[in-house]
Design a protein around this ligand. Sequence first.
Ligand code: NAD
Length: 482
Amino acid sequence: ATLPRLAGRSIDGAPIEWPHYPRRFDRRICHLGIGRFHRAHQARVLHTLLQQGDAEGWGLCAIGLRGQDRPTLDALRAQDGLYSLTETDGASRRIRVIGSIMQCIDASSDASEAIATIADATTRIVSLTITEAGYCLDANGRLDLRHADIAHDLADAASPRSAPGLLVRALELRRRIGGHGLTLMSCDNLIDNGKRLRTALVDLARARDPALAQWIDAHCRFPCSMVDRITPGADPERERALCEELGVHDAAPVLCENWLQWVVEDDFADGRPAFERAGVVLCDDVPAHERLKVGLLNGGHSAIAHIGLLRGHRGVHEAMADPLIAGWLATYLHCVAETLDAPPGIDVDDYCASLTRRFGNAALDDTLLRLAEDSSAKFRQTLLPPLRQRIARGMSVDVLARAVALWLHYLARLPADGGDYRDVAAAALVPLARAAEGSSESWAFVRTALALTEHEAAVVCAAVDGHLHVLTQSGVAALATP
Ligand code: NAD
């Protein structure tokens, strides 16, 4: 009833697009983690396919596992799953009403409906964007059986709290009713994300029922994927202004950049939409794309987050306008790039140049605090692989150790409760960071924060200790200088 009010409306010269397809499905993709990125990325891709007539019968079921998802799910339900997606290159905007989310389930307090839906034969794919921490993996990439949510799910499998717990329970039911295997597709920023998801589920299943673990391993598929589209957090003021411009109230709008990349391994258990018709790359060489993107884009984000906040900036584009930080980013990217083999057809220098442009997109108003969140999990994905490579090849770790020292320096300045900074490891790391800074000895911090061998930690700490000394003597700028 509301959509026709958008007829004839345009924003920045482009008409507003809305769904022209039937919003019914008989082949379901359940998506865990109904955050903003999913709505800017996978839901947009499926919308494009449906709009083109290339994915008839496919639809998304959005499942929230956390209380934080409830407002989004309520807003989406009240709007029949519809929401506006604004894509911007900084100069102009393009707005679409996305219609690919056709069902919403709140699993935060009762997971039974989500479990039954995933077990149902109409569900062909389960995808996830639950953040790096949502996989409950330990520093060695195995399921952390001591994680509070996993311990809970082992004791009470019928009411799971974790994503692995919910999925294993749903697969158990699917197997019991004689269902097909499923495709479980991680879209989180984890290197080898499909393999990690497989490990999380198989480890949990094995701890409960080895036969179930075997069935999952044999019948389910876990394609790896590389996903890329910068999608900042909510901004109520910006969203209010958008609704005024649209002339329609939207309680779940999403803003993102106009860049979209998705590379997926073509390994699906029970069919998939023709993703390639919306520009998705299906190939066997996903890890090379992941390493490039996670190392440079996500690594670059983490590298500028702490120094940007330490220098008093709030927005990513503001930090990028600070020549010291732009220079530091270039130094960091160069150091990581030296450890990467570019996937065919990709020029790493061009890729780095595109990142500098994308990070400078002022219209996104992305925040440094969002980039800094969960740094303990992010650094293990972004900084650890190049760090290990450099140590193994006998190359200098100076620049990467500077990034660690800047993070430590940032943590040491936080209030005891972490303030606005969100990171599951903050309570453990903030006291260690303070102690390290007081003594210029980073050993305990580095061993806890990064899963390094003793030899690797010794190499890294020698460099970090020197940088801590420089930081306390001369300040942040001294470390960022090439
Ligand atoms: P968001 O804060 O909007 O949403 C996070 C989602 O993850 C929510 O649905 C939340 O409930 C869920 N979640 C958080 N912790 C969880 C846990 N322990 N178990 C289960 N669910 C949990 O964030 P977003 O922008 O949607 O990003 C989510 C993830 O998507 C990122 O962590 C990253 O891996 C990936 N990603 C994001 C971007 C981006 O630019 N935002 C780009 C590429 C990839």
